[in-house]
Design a protein around this ligand. Structure first.
Ligand SMILES: Cc1ncc(COP(=O)(O)O)c(C=O)c1O
Length: 414
């Protein structure tokens, strides 16, 4: 049950991957004077940057590592707090913990993205960054959140894993903050099975991010670096195999977007007159990627009945994206026995103390308890989107699904 890019994998991707296998160059670095070496990773980075109209793009091996690299490039670490929504994929939160910083779970509103009012309330002297997550293909309140970040001198990271290709006020989501991050896992706009990227307008941040993803090296490992490395890093490099697939997929992205937008509009038009049903707020409806259509029902009881009859569920019950269902986060689990970052003196001595519990974000809970996702291009039970269509659905199939939805919804919304 993958995302739109996966449905479109075909002959072009097959040809491209065979070309790389035959070339013998699977690693991102190769002999530039050998015409067999396609420098697929490097070329993909330039092509994504051109597409996003961003100065710099680095690819990595997942959206999770993209977040970790971004946090590390910004120097976020012990004693720091990062504001993050309580409705997001778990990686937004775990990447903060693995940076040894503290995730501050924050309310969403009916946009299903960060509620700017609660963001401002959650700022403390320890806050270092805001992570705005563009959930379900739609940009959040970028202007409002950016204003808050500027006012309090905070970093802004845009987790754009679910929204590559979405725009806000005519500019790509992910390119407003200090760093934007993206994912190419199988549920995302375009895919190579797994993969990720980081974008930035700042060359210093980009160089640091590059070094962190490749053992402290500068971009392209150019220049003599022995004795001159200023950053330590790990290995989060993308392979030529993943990159060549993504180069082909990138050509399909505008088709994906227009197809999904059209299908979503069709579904929305087919159900919008149902009494009592409303839709999620879109901070910029024109720029939405349209992977999902989120409906809001008048109350939890009705929403649960409709969700069950659709063989789906309310978003609150979707396993992977709701803080209430993240038992290991709520229990402040860490990989070591010391419990860093929660017990770290850099944090506690600055007055920091963090507790998480089910129900700690009542506004988020109230919204997610009465919300259902309809798949347009991402059918994922983990997102609470077990019902819907996909990018290849025909008009007949869409009309059938609209009928099914109407019948079930109208039964409870009389
Ligand atoms: C909002 C969000 N952030 C981060 C990630 C992590 O991406 P990946 O699965 O590529 O590590 C995902 C993936 O589902 C996501 O949806």
């Amino acid at each position: 049950m993958p995302g739109p890019g996966h449905y479109l994998i075909g002959k072009e991707e097959e040809k491209a991957i065979l070309k790389v296998i035959k070339s013998g160059y699977l690693f991102r670095y190769g002999n530039l004077s050998d015409p067999q070496f396609g420098a697929e990773v490097w070329n993909l980075e330039q092509e994504i940057a051109k597409y996003l109209k961003s100065k710099h793009v680095l690819t990595v091996n997942s959206g999770t590592t993209a977040l970790w690299v971004a946090l590390s490039a910004l120097g976020i670490g012990p004693g720091d707090e990062v504001i993050v929504p309580g409705y997001t994929f778990i990686a937004s939160i775990t990447s903060i913990i693995f940076s040894r910083a503290i995730p501050v779970l924050t309310e969403i509103d009916e946009s299903l993205t960060l509620d700017p009012k609660d963001v401002e309330k959650k700022i403390t002297p320890r806050t270092k960054a805001i992570m705005l997550v563009h959930m379900l293909g739609n940009p959040g309140y970028i202007n409002e959140i950016k204003q808050i970040a500027d006012k309090y001198n905070l970093f802004l990271i845009e987790d754009t894993a679910q929204a590559l290709g979405a725009t806000y006020k005519g500019k790509f989501a992910g390119t407003y903050g200090h760093l934007g991050t993206y994912s190419f896992n199988v549920f995302k706009t375009i895919t190579a099975g797994d993969g990720g990227a980081v974008s930035s307008e700042d060359p210093e941040l980009f160089n640091k991010a590059f070094a962190i993803h490749d053992q402290g090296h500068l971009p392209l490992r150019q220049g003599v670096e022995m004795g001159a490395r200023t950053v330590i890093g790990l290995d989060f490099r993308m392979t030529e195999l993943a990159a060549v697939v993504l180069r082909v997929q990138l050509h399909k992205i505008e088709f994906i977007k227009s197809e999904l937008q059209q299908k979503k509009q069709c579904f929305k038009d087919g159900i919008k007159d149902i009494k009592g049903l409303t839709f999620r707020i879109l901070p910029d409806p024109d720029g939405a990627l349209a992977t999902l259509l989120t409906v809001l029902l008048p109350d939890e009881g009705i929403a649960r009945k409709i969700g069950t009859d659709l063989k789906s569920c309310v978003i609150a019950d979707s396993g992977w994206h709701v803080y209430n269902n993240m038992e290991h986060i709520l229990a402040k689990m860490t990989v070591d026995e010391v419990g860093c970052p929660f017990t770290c003196p850099y944090y506690t001595e600055k007055g920091g103390k963090m507790e998480y519990s089910k129900g700690m974000l009542p506004k988020t809970d109230a919204i997610l308890n009465r919300a259902i996702n309809i798949s347009i291009g991402v059918s994922d039970a983990g997102l609470g989107a077990g019902f819907g269509i996909n990018i290849l659905s025909t008009n007949d199939e869409i009309n059938q699904k609209i009928e099914t939805f109407r019948k079930i919804a109208e039964k409870y919304l009389k």
